[in-house]
Design a protein around this ligand. Structure first.
Ligand code: SAH
Length: 366
């Protein structure tokens, strides 16, 4: 069933047309959409409101669940990491982050990643392949079912961040398709305004995203205030250097809604990019381009065997103060799920025995 159609990547109108090609009336498509996206069912057997014969026919041509959960890890801080597998046995990682106001799911857009950022563990996997829209939607369905119960509505809604493995803007078509499916009020009902996509700086795709009216929020991973250093840390900078990247950000800024800010992520690496001088360079760079933005400082998460250490709290605070003294809105991000390799830059399909590991063969099983 390798090439079977993946039903969870289809929007409601697409599912209706698909069932029409099988000779079924439109309401069957709507029923199936509700079963997949509202009730979040994961096997044809469970969709008992569809006739048995239709379920059998669907089972022959289509796939309902594209991912299986291999293992899951629970952090001391409540964060959960899911290590899933595609039908062709590639790793996909998703992280559930419980928060006071609204829980967040961090999902992957690719299995592995083609970018070679030196401070990120995912880079070591290389690109295995881009995920399909269904594989993106299924990460969310599986995580919601595990966190709240099958089909149970998240009590305070859900935020999504495309900050797991992969470069989302190198898989933009499938990502946007998944976001369209998930925004349906009769399904998951997670609207683009609740979604943040993070990019290492694929300039043409930033410009493309800016032209989409119903788009998600955007975050840019900077990691360095100069081309010289950024070329070293994030080789994508050689293709699209800082001036080009920030010009694209300026174009994107024109599409920001009132109150919305573009986010810059800055991973703090001790002795590499955290000096006072670099804080001033960063502030000057952002001020020169005059972009309505904020900076999130992320202390580097341990990622052995990578040769980096996180900046100390005192240094992060100092860096923040310099940025703020120059008018840059700055926040320090608290790492979540470090102990289970779930934090930023730690997703490398690790099967650790050090921390809580719950074997599961139930969630998302086909
Ligand atoms: N490829 C996209 C999506 C991945 S998001 C991007 O680069 O934006 C992952 C975020 O985690 C990025 O902001 C990245 O800079 C940051 N990051 C990567 N490795 C990290 C690490 N070891 N510690 C802290 N942050 C890290």
């Amino acid at each position: 069933m390798k090439d079977a159609i993946q039903l969870t990547g289809l929007s409601q109108p697409e599912l209706v047309s698909f069932l029409e090609t099988m000779g079924e009336p439109a309401y069957r498509g709507r029923q199936l959409f509700a079963a997949l996206q509202h009730r979040r069912l994961c096997s044809f057997d469970e969709i008992t409101d569809l006739p048995k014969d239709l379920r059998t026919r669907l089972n022959n041509v289509a796939k309902l669940a594209t991912l299986t959960v291999q293992s899951q890890y629970l952090s001391d801080d409540g964060t959960r990491r899911y290590l899933m597998k595609t039908h062709d046995s590639l790793p996909v990682e998703t992280v559930f982050i419980p928060e006071e106001r609204r829980d967040t799911i961090c999902f992957s857009s690719q299995s592995g990643c083609p970018l070679q950022c030196t401070f990120c563990l995912t880079a070591q996997l290389g690109l295995l392949r881009s995920l399909t829209a269904a594989e993106i939607v299924d990460q969310i369905r599986i995580t919601l079912n595990d966190a709240y119960g099958t089909g149970v509505k998240p009590p305070r809604g859900t935020n999504l961040v495309a900050m797991g493995a992969g470069e989302p803007l190198l898989n933009l078509d499938q990502l946007l398709k998944a976001l369209r499916v998930m925004s349906d009020p009769q399904g998951l009902h997670i609207v683009p305004n609740r979604v943040t996509v993070s990019t290492a700086g694929v300039v043409p795709r930033i410009l493309e995203l800016a032209r989409i009216s119903d788009r998600p929020h955007l975050a840019i991973s900077l990691a360095a205030p100069t081309d010289e250093l950024r070329n070293e840390l994030m080789p994508i900078n050689k293709r699209w250097p800082l001036e080009e990247l920030l010009s694209a950000c300026k174009a994107f800024e024109k599409t920001l809604k009132p109150g919305e800010r573009l986010t810059f992520e800055y991973v703090m690496l001790a002795g590499i990019n955290d000096s006072d001088e670099q804080a001033r360079q960063l502030a000057n760079l952002l001020n020169r381009h005059d972009i309505r933005s904020k900076v999130n400082l992320i202390p580097h998460n341990p990622a052995e065997p990578l040769p980096y250490r996180p900046s100390s709290d005192a240094v992060v605070e100092r860096f923040k103060n310099i940025l703020e003294s120059k008018g840059v809105h700055t926040y320090v991000r608290r790492p979540r799920g470090q102990d289970i390799f779930a934090a930023c830059g730690q997703l490398a399909a690790r099967q650790t025995t050090l921390n809580t590991r719950v074997e599961t063969n139930l969630v998302g099983a086909n």
